[in-house]
Design a protein around this ligand. Structure first.
Ligand code: ZN
Length: 133
């Protein structure tokens, strides 16, 4: 069954394109859910500002963050949270950024290893073009 679009209107006057519930309105336009939607939006803003605080905190150390320093930085953040020197939300943002950084490094390493292997298997191949199938 295809889902209906919301019959509400956005702030700029254009029609809302979100999927609608049975009442024909999306979560943002349903007055009964408006408070829950505002709360979810506010929490999203808080989590974004926690990430910005963490980025400022790191920038304030004056050093680029080195991958090898991450475990020590995370241990320091854990201790800082325990003694109340660091907001848990900031520590959480740091942990998320650290995890993303490690994942990115692993992805880059895998990509480089794959490119090296492909160069052995097919030396004529352009490494920038990835075949599908
Ligand atoms: Zn809507």
């Amino acid at each position: 069954m295809p889902r209906n679009r919301c019959t509400g209107t956005k702030r700029d006057g254009t029609p809302c394109r979100s999927f609608a519930a049975a009442d024909g309105l999306c979560q943002a336009h349903n007055p009964a859910r408006a408070e829950a939607h505002r709360e979810a939006t506010r929490k999203g803003g808080e989590s974004r500002s926690a990430a910005r605080r963490a980025a400022r905190l790191w920038a304030a150390t004056g050093n680029a963050v080195n991958q090898d320093d991450l475990p020590a930085m995370l241990r320091a953040a854990i201790l800082d949270v325990r003694v109340g020197r660091l907001e848990p939300s900031v520590a959480s943002a740091i942990a998320t950024l650290a995890k993303t950084s490690v994942q990115l490094s692993q992805d880059i390493e895998l990509e480089q290893r794959l490119t090296a292997l492909e160069a052995i298997v097919d030396p004529q191949r352009d490494p920038k073009i990835r075949r599908i199938g």
